[in-house]
Design a protein around this ligand. Structure first.
Ligand SMILES: *[C@@H]1O[C@H](CO)[C@@H](O)[C@H](O)[C@H]1NC(C)=O
Ligand SMILES: *[C@@H]1O[C@H](CO)[C@@H](O)[C@H](O)[C@H]1NC(C)=O
Length: 420
């Protein structure tokens, strides 16, 4: 009870420090709907309604976040201790660890995580892990601000600040993580997985998804705020004098992409609902007859038996196993489409759907939270399970199914549809 009382008192006694933070540097403390003065103040944030539509009304004060308790100066390691500021949602993690190292002359990595519990971390199978190079003093690139905790990243050569998280506090709660950074300019590119209306990002308080979950709002400061609902923070910052050098440094880390085959850069024709292979061939002949430059013909999931992966329709696509030869005769290529989801139903004539049965035997499917029951959904073939491509068993299963099917139906490449 004493402990409860104490934390209650410390909660109500928290007073946000709200100096005259410029409009462009106000980082939103209420990204969820329904902000009000009372709810904003309960989060320990500053409330200031404005007429300008996009400036946040509820924003972080200068005394929110974490404070640095200890610090080591070679490879930088520090404990971060949560200050008295209230949480945004609940489940704030009281103690965090920071680890930072210069991995090469031009690459800084920093990671902020919970040292007391393993949280989800994206597997890094393609990131080359290099031993850190202690001859490079990290202090010439990275400075740590103690209270509230913040990181300032500079270019060694001219001490220009390129990434500065002191603009807003770090938020690290069980299901809500947020890190903001002031950037050196509005020239912000990249950050994939959303529709790019223009090559250079519009930084006027925009919010974008990254992958499927993360959000990316920019502030007119210029600044960026990363938000995610789980995991930890793991950043790589690469330096270079030109955009080309930065890309080279990035590829040094991630590896280089495969060189695509020359023919894959040619014109390609794909549609769903050709009805049968004769109509596909009629289409090919029609385009050949008018001399259309055209390298690749596809068949969509209607070549399959009832839209089941690793099968083909033996009535309407009888000749599919030899369709690639027909195209190769005229220097063309054949690509077939596969979908991720796997049907749970039997095949025609109540025959077993062996691809599904073998995957079930290998526990290859995404499961419910019990880690056992396969998660059921509905996609093109009707009721389906979803292969868990992060599971090595699933990868073995998929490669095996693909090898079996490749022996049946000759083809030059696959289009693996990414959306379900
Ligand atoms: C599929 O093709 C057939 C034959 O051309 C056509 O009658 C039908 O409308 C098409 N279905 C769809 C959904 O486009
Ligand atoms: C198979 O082809 C016939 C016409 O040859 C068509 O009527 C039928 O709808 C096709 N079946 C499928 C599953 O597309």
């Amino acid at each position: 009870l004493l402990l409860l009382l104490f934390s209650y008192i410390s909660l109500i006694s928290f007073v946000p420090t709200c100096p005259n933070i410029p409009l462009g540097e106000r980082v939103d403390c209420f990204p969820d709907p329904g902000a009000s003065q009372a709810k904003c103040e309960a989060r320990g944030c500053c409330w200031s309604p404005r007429d300008e539509s996009n400036v946040p009304w509820c924003f972080f004060p200068t005394n929110h976040g974490y404070t640095v308790e200890s610090q080591d100066s070679s490879i930088l390691k520090a404990n971060l201790i949560r200050m008295d500021s209230p949480s945004l949602f609940s489940g704030e993690i009281k103690q965090l660890a920071l680890e930072a190292e210069m991995q090469t002359n031009n690459r800084l990595r920093f990671k902020i995580y919970d040292p007391n519990s393993n949280r989800f971390e994206v597997p890094h199978e393609h990131i080359s892990s290099l031993p850190s190079n202690p001859s490079i003093p990290i202090s010439s690139t990275l400075q740590v601000t103690q209270k509230p905790f913040g990181l300032t990243v500079r270019r060694r050569e001219n001490q220009k600040v390129v990434f500065d998280t002191t603009i807003a506090p770090l938020v690290f709660e069980d299901q809500y993580i947020q890190l903001s950074a002031r950037l050196p300019s509005h020239n912000i590119y990249g950050l994939g997985e959303h529709v790019h209306r223009q090559y250079r990002h519009d930084t006027n308080w925009k919010t974008w998804p990254i992958f499927t979950r993360d959000a990316f709002p920019n502030g007119p400061a210029p600044a960026v705020t990363y938000r995610t609902i789980g995991g930890l923070l793991d950043f790589y910052i690469v330096f270079g004098d030109t955009p080309e050098q930065v890309v080279q440094e990035f590829l040094e880390l991630t590896g280089r992409p495969v060189m695509p085959p020359y023919w894959s850069l040619g014109f390609q024709l794909s549609r769903w609902n050709y009805t049968n292979l004769d109509i596909v061939k009629e289409t090919v002949e029609r385009n050949r007859a008018v001399g259309l430059p055209y390298d690749v013909q596809y068949t969509d999931i209607d070549y399959m038996e009832n839209k089941k992966d690793f099968t083909y329709d033996k009535l309407n696509y009888t000749e599919l196993p030899r369709f690639a030869d027909y195209l190769h005769d005229r220097g063309q290529k054949y690509i077939l489409i596969l979908d991720p989801a796997i049907a749970t139903s039997k095949r025609v004539g109540d025959a077993p759907y062996e691809s599904y049965d073998r995957g079930t035997a290998k526990n290859a499917w995404v499961t419910e939270s019990d880690g056992k029951t396969p998660l059921i959904g509905e996609v093109w073939p009707g009721e389906t399970v979803f292969p868990d491509y992060t599971n090595p068993n699933c990868i073995d299963w998929w490669v095996d199914e693909y090898e079996r099917f490749s022996k049946e139906v000759k083809h030059d490449a696959l289009w693996i549809v990414s959306q379900l």
